[in-house]
Design a protein around this ligand. Structure first.
Ligand SMILES: C[S@@+](CC[C@H](N)C(=O)[O-])C[C@H]1O[C@@H](n2cnc3c(N)ncnc32)[C@H](O)[C@@H]1O
Length: 217
């Protein structure tokens, strides 16, 4: 990706210090994040890439659960990565500044699993499918993609919650497509074997988990 525009973790750089607290108390974080960790199921020998790792909350739990796996967190936001590095003092977790690209990870380091939490909704429409394609190209042939994000907001209550919280901070342009179901469209496409595994109603809208594998083309 050559575009340097991105939305910081809580919409504005000045709010990054409050990110972890807001996510913990407003998104039922312990429920969806622990379900995501269970779904990822890190195993010894796994190479796991967290795209848009932000302040490192997911990597911290994954690395604690499986110190024998190898992790890379990627994020363009230096402030968020500084916070992540304070949380993560494990030699098997590397943090790399930048956007996802085929060259973003070290040569020869092919992920067995790629994960991304709360990143896709902040990304411009044309980049969402581009990121999914790059993820697919990076994974080993039988690799897995695990995503947690605001996807389709089915009920009026969840749409209103999303509008009053996430869209106030992250803006409407990039986020509206998620609320209308773009993730479901991108991930349920030819070549993808995708399950929407769980959805968590929260005060900020519904957060859904996806697990995808790819059919060899
Ligand atoms: C809402 S935060 C989520 C952070 C973390 N994954 C979590 O679950 O708490 C979204 C993160 O995605 C990052 N981001 C935005 N666009 C990105 C891109 N194209 N590639 C990688 N990261 C990106 C932002 O810098 C931000 O830290």
């Amino acid at each position: 990706m050559d575009n340097n525009n991105y939305t910081p973790p809580l919409g504005y750089k000045a709010l990054t210090p409050f990110y972890d607290l807001v996510i913990r108390y407003l998104t039922r974080e312990s429920a969806w994040r622990s379900a995501l960790v269970k779904q990822i199921n890190p195993l010894p020998g796994d190479r796991i890439l967290d795209v848009g790792c932000g302040t490192g909350s997911l990597l911290a739990v994954l690395a604690e659960q499986c110190p024998e796996a190898d992790f890379i967190g990627l994020d363009p936001d230096i402030g968020a990565l500084e916070r992540a590095s304070k949380k993560l003092n494990s030699p098997n977790v590397r943090l790399i500044p930048g956007f996802l690209s085929k060259e973003a990870v070290p040569k020869g380091w092919q992920p067995t699993k790629i994960t991304s939490s709360l990143m896709f909704h902040q990304v411009a429409l044309e980049k969402k499918s581009e990121i999914a394609k790059i993820m697919r190209s990076l994974l080993i042939p039988d690799g897995e993609l695990h995503i947690a994000d605001y996807a389709m907001q089915k009920s009026p209550l969840m749409r209103a919650a999303f509008r009053m919280t996430v869209q106030q901070l992250d803006g409407v342009e990039d986020t509206k497509h998620n609320a209308e179901g773009i993730l479901e469209k991108i991930l349920v496409a030819p070549g993808y074997l995708t399950e929407k595994t769980l959805s968590f109603p929260t005060a900020t809208g519904s957060i859904s988990l996806f697990k995808a594998k790819f059919v060899a083309s």
